[in-house]
Design a binder for this molecule. Structure first.
Ligand code: NAP
Length: 307
């Protein structure tokens, strides 16, 4: 693969930032990679792992002279970071992000981007429940979608260059409006996380069933929820605070459908339950057919290791 950028700056070097660093290294996409993270520990780890060529003591120093700056920290940090970085951005530099919410990010970041630079928001639909610089891997983005939400008058060359970057990391690229992104992700990602957090916390609060029983007899369904509910609390707090309207809209629909299922159970309406379950199974099969998951039991994770 050929070099696409001379200096890429990663602001935040956790799961996503470090996976991008690894993918860039593997494909030789950047002349050099500069990094900044909030803590000295993460900055030192990023250097030790060879993820970045330099770490900088501030986000502004990391972003200086970069032709691509990628915000890879929690969404709630983007406004203040953009305010700090904005004045240092070179003419023609691309500022992007990987945040799981787009409308709020556009509102928080855009006012700080100088006219001579390009802000092109992005979101790779790829991740795990792990966090930190050691959890990343170069293959994370392969065959996953990356959504870009450029403003209508965004520079087409800059958008294409960023799309080429994501394609080189293995992703398929789609563009859409921030509002549409937030609605789609509210149902495909944000609501499932909220439900997982809720079901795990409900189980943990049960008084008749002890928490040791919840762990000991954790059936497949509950275990899958606990994996999602182990995701980073800071990241997910910021997602819900910043995609409030779309999440509340989807939560309203979800609650109505849940009430319908509750009613079907109460009145013994087996046909209704069977129809809903059959339709849902088809969705799972379509996801596998589209290559977005594996049909292996346990999602291909294999049997748990014995302690
Ligand atoms: P992560 O593993 O927890 O890493 C977050 C990184 O951001 C860490 O390096 C952290 O530094 C740094 N950070 C936190 N606050 C900061 C600040 N104020 N200034 C500068 N750096 C700061 O998180 P992640 O999973 O990579 O998520 C990062 C972004 O990707 C989020 O916006 C999230 O919405 C998005 N995203 C996540 C996933 C996923 O599945 N995880 C998928 C797609 C998109 P310290 O280690 O020093 O605290």
């Amino acid at each position: 693969m050929t070099k696409l950028f001379d200096r890429v700056s990663l602001i935040g070097i956790g799961l996503i930032g470090s996976s991008l660093a690894r993918a860039m290294r593997k494909q030789a996409l950047a002349g050099e990679i500069a990094g900044y993270a909030r803590s000295e520990t993460t900055r030192a780890k990023a250097l030790e792992l060879g993820l970045v060529d330099h770490v900088c003591p501030t986000a502004a120093k990391a972003a200086k002279d970069a032709d691509l700056v990628i915000l890879c920290s929690p969404v709630g940090t983007y406004g203040a970071l953009a305010q700090e970085i904005g004045p240092t951005l070179n003419s023609g530099a691309i500022l992007t992000d990987v945040g799981s919410v787009k409308g709020a990010v556009v509102k928080d970041v855009s006012p700080h981007v100088p006219r001579h630079a390009h802000f092109i928001p992005g979101h790779p639909i790829a991740g795990t429940e792990q966090s930190g610089p050691e959890s990343g891997f170069a293959e994370l983005f392969i065959n996953r979608w990356c959504i870009l939400t450029p403003v209508p008058d965004a520079d087409p060359d800059a958008v294409e260059k960023l799309a080429a970057f994501w394609r080189a990391c293995g992703s398929n690229v789609e563009t859409m409006t921030p509002e549409h992104h937030d609605l789609v992700l509210a149902i495909t990602s944000h609501l499932p996380h909220l439900i997982a957090y809720n079901i795990v916390s409900t189980a943990a609060d049960l008084e008749e069933v002890t928490s040791s029983e919840v762990i000991k007899y954790s059936a497949g369904g509950f275990r899958d929820f606990t994996r999602i509910a182990a995701s980073d609390p800071t990241m997910w707090r910021d997602v819900f605070l910043n995609n409030k309207d779309a999440v509340l809209e989807m939560l309203g629909r979800f609650s109505e459908d849940l009430s319908a299922l509750q009613r079907a159970i109460r009145w013994g309406d087996g046909d209704m339950l069977f129809d809903v379950f059959t339709r849902s199974r088809q969705v799972r099969r379509s996801i596998i057919a589209a290559g977005q998951d594996t049909a292996s039991p346990d999602f291909g994770r294999g049997a748990p290791k014995t302690p």
